[in-house]
Design a protein around this ligand. Structure first.
Ligand SMILES: Cc1ncc(COP(=O)(O)O)c(C=O)c1O
Length: 382
């Protein structure tokens, strides 16, 4: 019996391939985007407290009210934004799910969606699973800025949505106000919906400030903004995130959400609600900045080229033109096998596998892990 192929991504994802290879060769795994250090003890205690004080049954469909109120308070504190906890915030099992749900709320067969590539790998399958067509637009390596003329040229009367991501995985690029203004100009007088993936909003460096779509009044009314607690509190395995959207969009989002998973892990929501009010965003910035700076300093001992330090996210892209002219997929596998460090080839983030001879390192790791990895890489010769 043949079952339908609902999207064009076939085979195993690069993340599974590289992690399996890392394990096989006892390599240090700087490929997948998750921390190897523990979560704050207090957050773990709150999870225990939730389970032992009765927070074990289904939470309300949009999320525990205390967590939605905590998110609204957090956005008031950090962005001075008014967000309605009842009509604009929905708690989800992670941002990946929120992205799929937002696409499902918006798309119909035959619609087109503009995706800026390289891109997080769930976007394209999610669009195709909804019967819509992907229109890829490449960012310009090695700075990975958006070429707004190319985006404008990609818009047709079938364009239903554009998905954007800042700070950006895999490149660490960060949007400026000019980027938001350019996007606003392109979608003005159209019905194009924006999905804004902002999971790394709190991981941003060098004194920059994240600029959210929620701060763009003209865009906010046509957007879904997607966030992940996992990226902020180092607990990616809890898989809890949220979607902020205007009331009519939130209603459409919840129409899908209530029949996809209905509700999200209750003890985790309780723990996060109680933790958020005490969380310390500046501390998170400085901890991740330290990791990025430490990694960049160490990388000077290697023949890799850093074209531009990551402005945000967990990731640093590096060139290996001084080491080899292998295609990036081959190079990443060779590096894992021969030097014991696993990374991700950037071509994996393009639908056409565009190869700029770049690999992505994840630096959300303990200092010891980063040191050991770079010691191995410093054995590479030009
Ligand atoms: C750009 C981007 N969006 C979304 C996610 C997924 O977030 P979550 O784990 O909350 O589903 C990731 C995780 O790597 C990501 O890099």
């Amino acid at each position: 019996m043949e079952l339908p192929q609902k999207h064009s991504a076939t085979g195993t994802t690069i993340f599974t391939v590289m992690s399996a290879l890392a394990q096989q060769h006892s390599a240090i795994n700087l490929s997948q985007g998750f921390p190897d250090y523990p979560i704050d003890e207090q957050l773990g205690k709150l999870l225990y407290e939730a389970a032992s004080t009765g927070y074990n049954q289904y939470a309300p469909m949009p999320g525990l009210p205390m967590l939605r109120q905590a998110v609204a308070g957090d956005f008031k504190k950090r962005y001075n934004l008014d967000i309605d906890a009842d009509t604009e915030i929905t708690i989800t099992p992670g941002a990946t799910y929120a992205i799929y749900t937002a696409f499902t709320a918006v798309l119909q067969a035959g619609d087109e969606v503009i995706v800026l590539e390289p891109a997080y790998d769930s976007y394209i399958p999610n669009i195709e699973m909804n019967g819509a067509r992907v229109v890829p637009v490449s960012l310009s390596a090695p700075e990975f800025n958006v070429d707004w003329d190319k985006v404008k040229a990609a818009v047709t009367n079938k364009t239903k949505a554009i998905i954007i991501n800042t700070p950006h995985n895999p490149t660490g690029a960060v949007w400026t106000q000019e980027d938001w203004d350019a996007l606003a100009e392109i979608v003005r007088d159209t019905d194009i919906v924006i999905l804004s993936d902002e999971v790394y909003e709190q991981i941003i460096f060098d004194g920059q400030k994240h600029i959210s779509i929620l701060q763009q009044p003209e865009l906010r009314e046509r957007s879904f903004a997607l966030f992940s607690f996992g990226k902020v509190f180092h607990n990616t395995g809890w898989k809890i995130g949220y979607c902020i959207a205007p009331p009519a969009f939130t209603t459409a989002f919840r129409r899908i959400h209530q029949f996809l998973c209905f509700t999200v892990n209750t003890p985790g929501q309780y723990a996060l609600a109680n933790y958020i009010s005490n969380s310390n965003a500046p501390l998170l910035h400085s901890m991740m900045q330290q990791k990025r700076d430490y990694f960049l300093e160490l990388m000077k001992q290697t023949p890799f080229t850093i074209h531009k330090p990551a402005g945000g996210s967990y990731f640093q892209v590096a060139g290996y033109e001084q080491i080899s002219d292998m295609p990036d997929m081959e190079f990443a596998q060779w590096l894992t096998k021969e030097y014991g460090v696993a990374t991700i080839p950037v071509s994996a983030f393009y639908s056409n596998k565009k190869d700029d001879r770049l690999i992505r390192f994840c630096f959300a790791k303990k200092e010891d892990t980063l040191l050991e990895a770079v010691q191995r890489l410093s054995k590479l010769s030009i």
